[in-house]
Design a protein around this ligand. Structure first.
Ligand SMILES: C[S@@+](CC[C@H](N)C(=O)[O-])C[C@H]1O[C@@H](n2cnc3c(N)ncnc32)[C@H](O)[C@@H]1O
Length: 265
């Protein structure tokens, strides 16, 4: 991954200083870093059927919005890991401000080398992170290693569309093609099955993504920092390119649930 794409941390202090605890309940413009915002995370949570007290690992947890949503709406206990250290700082600060610090924690780590023992999580959750990973076979094996037998993988990712040529950059996960590692939906399904997961749900989310991108709210009513403050002045261009790429069929989106149904890798 281009370790400058998500910033070098200089924005983190300003974003942290600008957070207002009174408004911390309305953070989606800052902490849900994927197409479709909080509703998309909620749809994935509904499909995943995560239960109270379950141990969830959010891989590529970003600013922690999905983790807090899971805590608030399912009663799960969520550990987030993210390659970008300053995202983990912001995520942790937001959890403190929103009263979620007991049930969420965030640390910097690489999804390909998870700092956890085998078989520890009831669910592994990942949204819009895999597009940064070239070694998908390794990724889905590593996610399975840390999931208990019977545990699930819940994912929401952007995939290559039927018109894959001429993708416009920058997009929110990559400044250029060197750091973007898209696969199409069939290849995604195949690489996950080959890693030993069993498919339970596989849903095309392209229409919902297009709908959201056509109506991205200009203002959330939230006066605190947004993803624009975290990602910098190119962020509106990234969103405009994303919309154009979806409209032209260059991109699609899927949500899926897989189960770790066999005993060992
Ligand atoms: C588009 S953001 C999505 C954040 C979050 N999942 C969400 O939906 O709000 C992608 C995240 O993946 C993280 N990421 C990229 N490559 C990673 C890797 N190899 N290991 C862990 N995190 C990674 C980035 O740092 C970034 O925070």
């Amino acid at each position: 991954m281009d370790d400058k794409h998500y910033g070098d941390g200089t924005e983190a202090t300003r974003v942290l200083d600008a957070l207002d605890p009174v408004r911390a309940g309305r953070l989606a413009a800052l902490d849900q870093f994927h197409v479709g915002g909080v509703r998309a995370s909620r749809r994935l949570a509904g499909r995943a059927k995560i239960g109270h007290g379950q141990r969830v690992l959010d891989v590529g947890s970003g600013l922690g919005g999905p983790a807090r949503l899971l805590v608030d709406e399912t009663g799960a206990d969520v550990t987030g890991i993210d390659f970008t250290q300053h995202f983990c700082w912001i995520a942790q600060a937001l959890s403190v401000q929103t009263g979620n610090a007991d049930c969420t924690r965030f640390c910097a780590a690489d999804a390909l080398v998870l700092p956890f023992a085998d078989d520890v999580f009831d669910a592994v959750w990942t949204e819009h992170m895999a597009m940064n990973i070239a070694a998908r076979d390794r990724l889905y094996r590593e996610l399975r290693r840390v999931a208990r037998s019977g545990g699930i993988l819940a994912l929401y990712d952007v995939v290559e569309g039927s018109q894959s040529v001429g993708l416009l950059y920058p997009v929110p996960w990559a400044s250029n093609e060197v750091n973007s590692h898209l696969v199409d939906a069939d290849s995604l399904r195949r690489v996950i099955l080959d890693a030993g997961w069993t498919e339970r749900i596989f849903v095309d989310e392209t229409a919902a993504a297009l709908d959201w991108l056509s109506n991205v709210p200009q203002s959330s009513g939230f006066e605190g920092p947004t993803l624009r403050d975290v990602m910098g002045p190119e962020f509106p261009t990234m969103i405009a390119n994303l919309r154009d790429n979806f409209e032209a069929g260059r991109l699609g989106a899927v949500q899926a649930i897989f189960e770790n149904s066999s005993a060992s890798i």
